[in-house]
Design a protein around this ligand. Structure first.
Ligand SMILES: Nc1nc2c(c(=O)[nH]1)N[C@H]1C(S)=C(S)[C@@H](COP(=O)(O)O)O[C@H]1N2
Ligand SMILES: [Mo]
Length: 525
């Protein structure tokens, strides 16, 4: 190896990366063109999540799958690039070894694709992109190494045999090498462009065709005064594009409505199987409901308020006939994510539904298109199954669900919470304009009172904005009339309509939701 100049090795490393990039680009173009076939890069990411060592998994679980996806995909790409670069350098002397390494990378991608739970296409189609990626990368690398190993004027057709004592001096055929680089680069770019062009999913096309029917039971207009009127407080209704998102998988499942069905089975008298068309013909209700993630930290933003349209789950379960000994619903998504929900919670009169619309539009793909569950008062991981295809009526003692297998509680009603949106942390305010505001929620119970205090002072009542429903969050505001200059801490706590005040005891989100008072440090000028 030492016989090669540093510059030659750098060129070889670049050639390795280029060959791998071409494979990745071609494979994502092919997978993009096929329905239900994840790109191998994403499959490798998904497998990494599944097989992550405990410490890393803990970290990922703590995040509950929020912001770590670009990081994960980026890391996978970096690892591939490093291995590919090494293959390029090794290939200077040992082309076969280099091709072997590329083949192994391809095999790993193939294994990840073959076991990807988000794949819905035929298994042969699912492994096609990784097979192509492997072939393209190997061919690209072989070609690049061949041109790199060729001195100008020498036409070695036996390039695979190492040439002892050979260096690749400045005299190697730059033209041929550049031509190979450009051809491979063009293939990579074409793959990237095609990926963009065919990226539109079948589900997106299907979603565009859906007319959401007028619900039999509308939500009614939002009452006046639900906004506290303090600049900087979260909008009362959360736009679909701003709504928080929690998915365990890297790729949004691609489920056209006309291929979708919901099966209700298990401890029922009559099994049901509904198509999307069937759902649209049911008695639809429209409700505003605030969704909350159990991973929300005190003061966190994993909560959102939307208008949902759906079929009351109770209607469907009554028709199916839930048997006496059942106490749980085990709902399953197309990507095999599972959730356990108490039967009691969806039958007690609250507006639990199989939702098909969010803020006036069919469910966005990211939020569960074509149908998901929404249950007021329960954290998302025990109620809000997206891309839901199955509800098994069963018993809690007979199964575990995705997150309960990872040490989260099997049952998790939403805990009363309150948050300060304004002032922002370390914001500086003029003494004559210290206004605070935020939101509080206690779904199914309602917010009775919000109090704030400055530093260790007395609790003061905040002003509550108009209540919409018991299932929605409620805004609050407060003005500090005689603000004193300096640095201060503002603390908030809410009391629900059952008379329970939030505890000051700080516990982390795991296993069943955080508690503690939110506070914010700010400065009065
Ligand atoms: N299929 C599927 N459904 C799911 C999840 C998921 O990862 N996969 N996450 C759950 C969690 S933890 C929450 S908090 C809500 C979030 O719903 P949203 O992404 O629409 O906000 O969806 C729930 N339903
Ligand atoms: Mo969640």
């Amino acid at each position: 190896m030492s016989r090669f100049r540093a510059s030659t090795r750098i060129v070889a490393a670049g050639a390795g990366i280029l060959a791998a990039a071409t494979g990745v680009a071609v494979s994502s173009a092919v997978s993009g063109a096929l329905t239900g076939v994840p790109s191998p890069l994403i499959s490798v990411g998904n497998r990494t999540i599944d097989m992550a060592p405990p410490a890393l998994k803990d970290f990922a679980i703590e995040q509950f799958g929020t912001a770590d996806k670009p990081i994960l995909i980026g890391s996978v790409a970096v690892v591939i690039a490093l291995v590919a670069a090494a293959a390029g350098v090794i290939g200077l002397r040992h082309p076969r070894v280099a091709l072997g390494i590329t083949g192994l990378l391809g095999l790993a991608a193939l294994a990840a694709a073959a076991t990807d739970r988000t794949a819905t296409a035929h298994p042969l189609l699912v492994v096609l992109p990784s097979i192509l990626a492997t072939l393209v990368s190997m061919a690209g690398l072989a070609w690049l190494l061949a041109t790199l190993g060729r001195r100008s004027g020498r036409s070695s057709d036996n390039w695979l045999a190492p040439h002892p004592g050979d260096d690749v001096p400045s005299g190697f055929d730059r033209r041929r090498f550049l031509a190979a680089v450009m051809a491979t680069g063009a293939a990579a770019a074409a793959g990237g462009v095609i990926t963009r062009l065919v990226g539109g999913s079948a589900a997106a096309a299907s979603r565009a065709d859906i007319q959401v029917p007028i619900p039999a039971s509308p939500a009614g207009p939002v009452p006046r005064g639900v906004e506290a009127g303090v600049r900087g407080v979260t909008p009362y209704l959360t736009a679909n594009t701003d709504f928080y998102r929690i998915d365990t998988n890297l790729q949004v499942p691609d489920v056209p409505a006309d291929t979708w069905t919901l099966r209700i089975h298990g401890l029922v008298d009559n099994e049901l199987e509904l198509t999307f068309e069937d759902l649209l013909k049911e008695r639809l209700i429209e409700r505003r409901i605030t969704l909350t993630c159990v991973s929300n930290e005190v003061g966190g933003e994993l909560a959102g308020n939307a208008t949902w349209i759906g079929v009351p789950l109770k209607d469907l379960l009554d028709r199916a006939g839930v048997q006496q000994d059942a106490d749980a619903l085990r709902s399953v998504s197309v990507d095999d994510f599972t959730i356990g929900t108490p039967v009691e919670a969806v039958m007690d009169g609250r507006d639990a539904m199989v939702a098909i619309a969010m803020n006036g539009a069919p469910l966005p793909l990211e939020h569960g298109f074509p149908a998901r569950m929404v249950v007021p008062g329960l954290y998302g991981y025990v109620s809000a199954t997206k891309w839901m295809t199955e509800i098994e009526v069963t018993r809690f003692s007979d199964f575990t669900a995705y997150w309960t297998e990872r040490d989260w509680a099997p049952e998790a009603p939403i805990k009363t919470a309150s948050r300060i949106d304004v002032p922002r942390a370390f914001q500086s305010l003029p003494a004559d304009a210290v206004r605070a505001g935020g939101v509080a929620w206690a779904q199914t119970t309602g917010i009775a009172q919000v109090e704030v205090r400055v530093d260790e002072g007395d609790w003061e009542l905040a002003q509550l904005a108009t209540e919409d429903t018991l299932d929605t969050w409620r805004q609050w505001s407060w003005q500090w009339a005689d603000a004193t200059p300096g640095s201060h801490t503002l603390t908030v706590r809410a009391t629900d309509k059952a008379g329970a005040t939030q505890t000051s005891e700080r516990v982390p989100p795991r296993p069943d939701g955080a508690t503690g008072w939110h506070n914010v440090q700010f400065t009065v000028e």
